[in-house]
Design a protein around this ligand. Structure first.
Ligand code: PLP
Length: 377
């Protein structure tokens, strides 16, 4: 796969960036180029990509049987360049910021937004500041932000407090806020719905998706509604959003002061896109419910061991929600279902290390001892 590199140059004092990705061998268009007509792109918007979008929609091999549905697919958003869906929105937010001559970006983050902002900031030569809640960011995500060279402020408070600080910082200084409250993030993230419609030839009957700050469920709904308006699909999906039980403000109907869950990416007590998420849920005729940490971790292990998909715990909330509904007796026969798996499992090595190995041991470096280990002796 050939991904073209970008060239930075200045026109009339304004920072410009364009990819030289016209090579016939270049297989990655990126979402700015691919969905140009459906995004807020003008002639002055720099078009570039580090490989976001065009993620696989993989058919379930084993879990679908227990659901009894017509088909079950997983949208593998962990295949984006920084390992999460955030890259779709980040490329649009950063491109629009560059268009206005912005030199500095910032966000609050449970980890994935910061990894994404740091990567696009590095690619575009922007100063990137990340405000992250102390002790609440998975190790892999922090390692990414460090490697991309971002400025990191760890604050002694929740994600919600970090977002408050980021908002104030960007109001006070010429810094672009690239959290999902930035509408360009939602614009970019809606392209995942376009891809699902393209791959299935229609919208699914049900979409299952984790919910944290609630931007992504809003973005998917926007994407499906736009696809329907263009008559790219014949129906709209029922949205099934899932929060973690200890961080489920939308489910209980009030903010959670001290959100707690093993799924750190959705450890959010007062979602910024709460009202929009509720509208999307209601327009789709769907639900936003919660799953326990045990249900999340069971789905996380099941996805890895039965489907070969290693996602992060927050992502597994979508499948945990589907399993919960199936267990409660909901009839999915004849239904096409898509579960969005938002991030890569390698981002959270501490949780991964808690999985009990099927079989692991140390042996002498000899064929016989390995045969013995495999019960082949
Ligand atoms: C892996 C992962 N899944 C799900 C979510 C929730 O997305 P949203 O905050 O848009 O609801 C996040 C947000 O950080 C995430 O990183």
């Amino acid at each position: 796969m050939l991904v073209a590199c970008a060239e930075k140059f200045t026109i009339n004092g304004a920072f410009r960036l364009e990819n030289h990705n016209n090579s016939p061998n270049c297989m990655i268009n990126g979402i700015l180029k691919r969905y140009k007509e459906y995004l807020p792109i003008t002639g002055d918007t720099p078009i570039f990509t580090i490989g976001e979008g065009d993620t696989p929609l993989v058919e379930s091999a084993n879990i679908s049987d227990s659901i009894g549905c017509a088909s079950l697919h997983f949208k593998l958003e962990g295949c984006n360049p920084t390992g999460s869906f955030k890259d779709r929105g980040m490329v649009v937010a950063v491109a629009k910021a560059l268009e206005r001559g912005v030199k500095s970006i910032a966000c609050a983050s449970t980890g994935n937004t910061s990894a994404s902002a740091a990567a696009y900031g590095a690619y575009c030569g922007l100063k990137t500041t990340l405000i992250v809640p102390k002790g609440n960011v998975a190790r892999g995500k922090l390692a990414q932000a460090v490697a991309y060279g971002a400025h990191i402020a760890i604050v002694d408070g929740s994600f919600d407090k970090a977002l408050e600080i980021a908002r104030e910082l960007c109001l006070k200084h010429p810094i672009e806020l690239v959290n999902s409250v930035n509408p360009n993030r939602i614009e970019g993230q809606k392209t995942a719905a376009f891809e699902i419609v393209e791959d299935l030839g229609d919208a699914p009957d049900h979409l299952f998706i984790p919910v944290g700050n609630a931007g992504n469920i809003v973005a998917y709904w926007k994407g499906f509604v736009e696809s329907r308006r263009r008559e790219d699909c014949n129906k709209l999906p029922i949205l099934n959003g899932y929060q973690a039980e200890g961080a489920a403000p939308i489910v209980i109907g009030k903010p959670v002061d001290f959100p707690e869950t093993v799924a750190s990416a959705i450890r959010i007590g007062n979602p910024a896109s709460w009202a929009k998420a509720v509208s999307a849920r209601d327009e789709s005729g769907g639900i936003i419910d919660s799953v326990t940490d045990d249900e999340i971790l069971a789905a996380y292990r099941l996805l890895a061991s039965k489907e070969g998909v290693f996602c992060e715990p927050a992502s597994a909330a979508s499948v945990a929600g589907l399993l919960k509904q199936a267990k409660s007796g909901i009839d999915f026969s004849g239904k096409k279902i898509v579960c969005v798996l938002t991030g890569n499992g390698l981002k959270d090595p501490d949780i991964a290390n808690e999985i009990e190995p099927t079989s692991i041991g140390e042996y002498a470096a000899e064929l016989e001892s390995v045969e013995e280990a495999l019960s082949l002796a």
